[in-house]
Design a binder for this molecule. Sequence first.
Ligand SMILES: Nc1ncnc2c1ncn2[C@@H]1O[C@H](COP(=O)(O)OP(=O)(O)OP(=O)(O)O)[C@@H](O)[C@H]1O
Length: 374
Amino acid sequence: MSTLLQRVHSTPGLMTRVPQKPLKISEVLIHRICNAYSPEEARREGIYYWPEPLPTPYLNQLADPLILFPTDQLIDATRRQALVPMSIAEILTRRNPDPRHPSLQIPLGLIDRPEVQQRDTLLIDLRGSNGGLTGGPLLIVGSQHSGKATALQTLLLWFAVRYRSAQFRCAVIDPGHDLAPFKELPHLRNLQDESLWTDGETDEDLLRVIKRYQAMLSQRRALYPRQHWTEDTLDQFWSQGTKMPLLLCVISNYQRFLKRPQALSALQELATLVTDSQASGAYLVLTTSEAGMSYLPQDLVARMGTKIYLYLDPSQRSKLLGIERSMEPIPGRGLLLTRDRPLNEIQLALPTRGSSESERYQQLSYAIECCTNS
Ligand SMILES: Nc1ncnc2c1ncn2[C@@H]1O[C@H](COP(=O)(O)OP(=O)(O)OP(=O)(O)O)[C@@H](O)[C@H]1O
């Protein structure tokens, strides 16, 4: 794979990026060809053109170039690219009350695939529905401020819009309070209306939420004692009209528990249980800023079918990826690894628009309110 990686460079970002270092000759040539020969012209003549570069957030120019849902037309929508063609309100009103197939595909950003000259929507599939190689439990690793929390917000917002709480429940371990705006959503409560969100401040808090999640899973098994759970079981239940909710477990900032032995062992046990229980509808997302062998058990890393590496410093990068690969410290920019394809560059979307954090926070709270009341 490393030969391929060395040969395939990401799509040059000449059209939209402000160059920070001198351009390479190849980049200058590409720039000139782009100017002289438009993509439309090339397409008309049946010629492959290099795909659009990934949009890059610039704090002072365009902090939110890529967002999950389209924005209000009054606000300079043309400069932003939305991943989903419909607004939240449209999806909520058109949402199928009786979906037959429980999909866990999330549009999380854009992926650059220079090897096939394409830029596509990045779809993360927590079920790996086209076979175990195409997805599975998601691990997001990245240094501080690389965009881990934002990726989780985008993911949870998508599920809250897509599913009613009867179809989707989520336990959230969130020491950074990044997902606190979601905590009143019915999706983050169990059937007894107890909270499935915790910051894990104390071991007791953490264990309480872990137990609630485990109980949902064991109640499900107890309800169907003869059921042989396979990859297709959930689809069968859903297609017969039995809406067995998808049970997501999000462990955010796992590294924060490293110095708390009881909490750490409970989290590792939970992660193992969830990854072992995918056939019964349990799914895992875990984020961390530390992922070396001494931090994350290797058998757990091996279970994570989808890995997103956001910005990492060079030493973490070579430890984790084992290859020389440059990375720019751009929030939400990183690499995707699934078992079925090479490492590709990605840009994650923001859950909502906003040129500052506080504006985005407000927009996110408003979006969550719409889901709560729908
Ligand atoms: N895809 C993105 N596009 C634009 N800005 C982003 C994107 N992802 C994150 N950001 C911005 O980058 C900053 C850091 O993001 P975030 O808090 O998600 O990082 P983090 O890795 O969770 O940080 P920490 O480890 O310190 O908690 C925030 O201001 C956020 O709004």
